[in-house]
Ligand binder design. Structure first.
Ligand code: ZN
Length: 103
């Protein structure tokens, strides 16, 4: 049952709340979620030679840790619109599980 979609996704205070199909709940602080953004700009991208390209670290602002909207992407992931207009990160459900376990 890899990458199972959450049944329910909500923003509760400053956390992302997830309800998994087995009824277990997970809460991820929005700041931890943003810092784990999987997009190429935040994480960097490797070329065919294995060189890592990463944009300069941009300072986060309080808006960076506020969620404007979130939506499901094709059943396999969740996309988050951050208040500082960053929304390139697509979080797979497995990725969200890992972030939740690590926070
Ligand atoms: Zn990002």
């Amino acid at each position: 049952m890899a990458n199972e979609a959450a049944q329910n996704v909500m923003i509760v205070g400053n956390e992302l709340a997830l309800v998994w199909p087995d009824g277990k709940e997970a809460y991820i602080p929005l700041e931890a979620l943003r810092r784990a953004c999987p997009c190429a700009l935040c994480k960097g991208e490797r070329d065919i030679m294995g060189n890592l390209y990463k944009g300069p670290d941009r300072p986060y602002t309080p808006l960076s840790f506020q969620v404007v909207a979130h939506r499901r992407v094709g059943g396999y992931a969740l996309q988050i619109d951050w208040a500082d207009r960053h929304n390139d990160g697509i979080y797979s459900w497995d990725n969200l599980k890992e972030i939740a376990a690590g926070s």
